[in-house]
Ligand binder design. Structure first.
Ligand code: UGA
Length: 451
């Protein structure tokens, strides 16, 4: 975008690879951008004071992990605010980028003032981020909207200038830009609000998206009970432009470092403000139940779990990332291990991180590819929506599995194809596809209607 950026972290171990232009996480486009800019327009430092003195705008992007009661732990925000305050020697805009509860910008303002910065030398702005892991770079550079919460016109003008290349369309039009998504309209709208509104927009956006996912998962359960197909229902309801198709994919529930934590935090914030936002309790409850239902489905399909060898495809909390924080796939693996299963797992990017989680557990092995994971398996479980899983050679999978049973937690495969290939196939919110030879005793599974 043309800016000069200093990234500060106190952990030297994080800084070293970044200085060499190496991305510490699996994230599309990040390696090429680091290669292009590291050491030039992007530098890395462990000194907050030097960076604050050299910059006009300071983005706070530290972690806000959940505390015991579900609220956000804001101690890192407070700590860096204090350090920033000590180095402010000319007008600075302090931008709160971390996901934080309403009123945080007011607290940052107070902490900075109490630590010696003159009030006329800074403004605090809320600028929530809406990028998703896996598509983070593209989401940031081609956003649906940019939200800036500023209570001062001077600070708002600085933020408008920073995002000018995105709101004016100059970045997207440049030959240097990364490829724009298909739906890109050319310019990003900027929504200017108060700081409190911007803080609420962030939590409310994540809560709404999580609500969409829990809603479709509840509908999927109803589809299973009634014989309807949730993918058809999704197409039908999503075609209403007021609802939309996105974030209506049923599955084993949402995970990751954002939705689970942010819903708890938003629930807590609402209560602190005197409002019981109990709708969020139900969103969380449906999400938790979704994993349990899936494990129950595995149990029904395999009769008993003890001693079963399960092929697991996908460990990350979603496709396109190596992040396993709050991953529904990992939770399901834990349940299966507790039930006495042995797991042969494969993930295109998250294996190394998962190795740490299951370290020392002799019942988990990690395969170098999907086919090796399936070798001798009593069933195959698809738990993460990696695009490459949809491209697998199903004949080869069937040949290496001990029994051709597939439980698809992300509706990656088509029931028709799976039935035609001779698999017993269980998806989410769809009737089970059973080859005629394989109808479990007293099965509640219905044969898929081909009409
Ligand atoms: C989420 C939001 O989508 C971003 O807008 C937000 O900026 C980010 O949190 C954040 O607060 O930092 P992210 O956690 O990266 O982004 O991942 P999502 O793509 O939202 O997926 C979250 C979970 O929901 C995943 O487990 C995913 O598999 C699941 N999901 C998503 C579904 O089960 N169904 C869907 O239709 C969509």
């Amino acid at each position: 975008m043309g800016h000069t950026v200093i990234c500060v972290d106190r952990d030297e171990k994080r800084l070293e690879p970044l200085r060499r232009g190496e991305s510490p996480i699996h994230e599309a486009h990040l390696p090429e951008l680091l290669r292009r800019h590291a050491g030039r327009s992007v530098t890395f430092s462990d000194s907050i004071s030097a960076a604050v003195r050299a910059s006009e705008v300071i983005f706070i992007a530290v972690g806000t992990p959940p505390a015991v009661g579900g609220e956000s732990d804001l101690s890192q925000v407070e700590a860096v605010s204090r350090e920033i305050a000590e180095s402010i020697d000319a007008y600075r805009v302090i931008v709160e980028k971390s996901t934080v509860p309403v009123h945080t910008s007011g607290w940052i303002d107070r902490v900075i003032a109490m630590n010696g910065a003159r009030r006329e030398l800074y403004d605090v702005v809320s600028n929530p981020e809406f990028l998703r892991e896996g598509t983070a770079v593209r989401d940031f550079l081609f956003p649906d909207r940019i939200v800036v919460g500023a209570d001062s016109q001077r600070a708002a003008a600085v933020m408008q200038e920073i995002y000018g290349p995105l709101t004016g369309g100059k970045y997207g039009a440049s030959p240097e830009s990364i490829p724009a998504p298909a739906h890109w309209q050319g310019k990003a709208p900027l929504v200017l609000t108060s700081t409190k509104s911007a803080e609420l927009i962030k939590h409310a956006s994540n809560a709404f998206l999580a609500m969409k996912i829990s809603f479709i998962n509840a509908v999927a359960n109803l589809c299973e009970a009634s014989g309807a197909d949730v993918e058809q229902v999704k197409r039908g309801i999503g075609a209403d432009s007021r609802i939309g198709q996105r974030f209506l994919n049923p599955g084993i529930g949402y995970g990751g470092s954002c939705f689970p934590k942010d819903l708890q935090s938003f629930r807590h914030v609402a209560r602190e403000c005197g409002y019981e936002f109990s709708l969020l309790d139900e969103v969380i409850r449906i999400n938790d139940e979704q994993r349990k239902r899936f494990v129950q489905k595995v149990r029904k399909a395999l009769w008993t779990l003890k001693g079963k060898r399960i092929a697991v495809l996908g460990l990350a909390f979603k496709g396109g990332t190596d992040d396993i924080r709050e991953s529904p796939a990992i939770e399901i693996c834990r349940e299966l291990l507790a039930g006495g299963c042995t797991l042969q797992a494969y993930d295109p990017a998250a294996t190394e991180r998962a190795r740490d989680v299951f370290h020392g557990n002799a019942h988990v092995t990690f395969a170098p590819d999907a086919y090796s994971a399936c070798e001798g398996g009593d069933a195959l479980l698809a738990l993460t929506d990696w695009a490459e899983f949809a491209e697998l050679d199903l004949d080869r999978i069937k040949a290496v599995l001990r029994y051709p049973i597939v439980l698809d937690g992300r509706n990656i495969f088509s029931p028709q194809t799976m039935e035609a290939k001779g698999f017993t196939y269980y998806g989410i919110g769809r009737a089970t596809a059973l080859p005629a030879s394989d109808v479990p005793p007293e099965s509640t599974a219905r044969r898929r209607s081909t009409s």
